[in-house]
Design a protein around this ligand. Structure first.
Ligand code: AMO
Length: 434
């Protein structure tokens, strides 16, 4: 007999087999009500002394919270039971007994702080509302995949272990690679670009990236998942922003259709953006901060966390949750910059969503001589990048791309307080286990 999920057990079913965790027990002497939980929901199993053989009744009575059981029984209608039905057991196997006391309360009656929850994550993830974050995250990935697959992008998998980093030296995690030092990637960007030289035209990759920064914020982790896209034969950075904007608009439509249950449980409304995402220059962003909020970011060339938040408020009031800021000054060697016709410092953009940076990208520099000059200016050791630079020598089309933080996207869509809530087993400077 095939196992059924609890959600599929209907009042008019005959005999069923279910399996799951003992979620709740109510023992009133000759009657024991046991709620069994599986991934999809719950079903009540009723042990009645008069109806069962002695052993089965005693087994029902001996159950403890979070034991794993497999039960075969007959379904009966019962208006008082959740879902209007209950199972009268015929056979039960106790497959895995749970020790007591439990390391974490699963029924949701006791609140634990995030650190304790993450320490006992396998228990924490048994909570339905916590699991729902990850079923939602699964749908985010499916929704994005659907869009980029339809638009002719090819999914790629590039190396995690690399010789140099795309985002600068200070935040690299070193690894010992046989006899030499290597690093965990900070971004798949250099490889995405090399695939533009290889003629792949449009690619996306979903995978982990690593940053060894010593941060203790609610939006940074040491290992995060990036949604990366690169495309060729673009006119300029606007084509790259179009690719990102199209993906996000599709995603929100997709989630409204396919994740309505999760959204409802979490009491979240996702509005499909009707209008185009505003695109403003970096200079204009600084102007708005100054004029509207009398705020001047400390660091030149950066909007900083507070600046992004204030701009988020400014645009939210105008009905926009997403907006682009384009033309950051002092950018890395791989972005196209200082084009006289642009009146902007670079073709690099950030996408801000609900007041937080969600993605960075832009048009890349595809002319080798310009890249080499920019590397000299930045003081980059070219020998670490020779494999990358070679790809520009033998026919490189104009191209661009972006990296979007998937964890941040999930956090912001579900209005979670901390990015770590949306990551199964997060890594930060003080957390390497579980
Ligand atoms: P950037 O460094 O801005 O750009 O990263 C892109 C996006 O990844 C997310 N992100 C992070 N999320 C959680 N914790 C972190 N420590 C963290 N760091 C980054 C953010 C960010 O917007 N190579 C470029 C992309 C490109 O141009 O293709 C890059 O990595 O959401």
């Amino acid at each position: 007999m095939d196992r059924k999920y609890s959600i599929d057990v209907k009042p008019d079913d005959d005999k069923v087999k279910i399996a799951g965790w003992v979620h709740e027990i109510r023992d009133i002497g000759k009657l024991v009500f046991v709620v069994v939980r599986d991934r999809e929901g719950e079903v009540q199993v009723t042990f009645k002394k008069d109806e069962l053989n002695e052993q089965l009744f005693e087994n029902g009575k001996s159950l403890g919270n979070e034991d794993v059981v497999e039960i075969v029984g007959n379904v009966e209608e019962n208006d008082q039971a959740p879902g209007g039905r209950e199972i009268k057991p015929e056979r039960m196997d106790i497959i895995g007994q749970a020790e007591s006391p439990l390391p974490l309360e699963v029924t949701g009656s006791v609140d634990s702080d995030l650190s304790t929850r993450l320490d006992k994550r396998f228990m924490d993830l048994r909570k339905k509302h916590v699991f729902d974050i990850f079923s939602f995250r699964d749908k985010v990935v499916t929704g994005l995949r659907e869009y980029y697959d339809d638009e002719g992008y090819i999914e790629i998998h590039t190396p995690i272990i690399s010789k140099g980093g795309a985002e600068g030296g200070a935040t690299l995690f070193p690894v010992i690679y046989y006899q030499e030092e290597a690093f965990l990637r900070q971004s798949p960007q250099l490889y995405k670009q090399m695939l533009m030289a290889a003629g792949f035209d449009r690619v996306y990759e979903i995978g982990p990236s690593f940053r060894a920064e010593n941060f203790g914020t609610s939006r940074h982790v040491s290992e995060f998942t990036q949604w990366d896209v690169e495309l060729s034969f673009i006119d300029d950075h606007n084509d790259v922003m179009d690719a990102l904007e199209g993906g996000l608009k599709h995603l929100i439509e997709y989630l409204n259709e396919h994740a309505s249950r999760e959204l409802e449980v979490m009491d979240v409304d996702l509005e499909v953006p009707e209008e185009d995402f505003p695109r403003i220059t970096f200079d204009r962003a600084i102007e708005i901060l100054d004029e509207e909020f009398d705020y001047q970011p400390d660091e030149e060339g950066d909007l900083d966390t507070k600046g992004e938040k204030l701009l988020g408020e400014y645009f939210e009031e105008k009905g926009h949750e997403f907006f682009f800021v384009v033309g950051y000054p002092g950018e890395k060697f791989y972005y196209m910059q200082d084009r006289e016709e642009d009146e902007m410092a670079s073709r690099k953009f950030d996408l801000i969503f609900r007041g937080q940076e969600l993605s960075s990208g832009g048009q890349r520099e595809h002319r080798l001589d310009v890249i080499l000059d920019a590397m000299d200016e930045e003081g980059v050791d070219k020998s670490n990048f020779s494999f990358y630079l070679e790809a520009f020598k033998f026919g490189m089309p104009p191209h661009g791309g972006f990296g979007m933080g998937l964890d941040r996207l999930v956090t912001k869509l579900l209005e979670l307080d901390n990015i770590k809530e949306g990551i199964l087993f997060p890594r930060d400077p003080s957390r390497l286990t579980p």
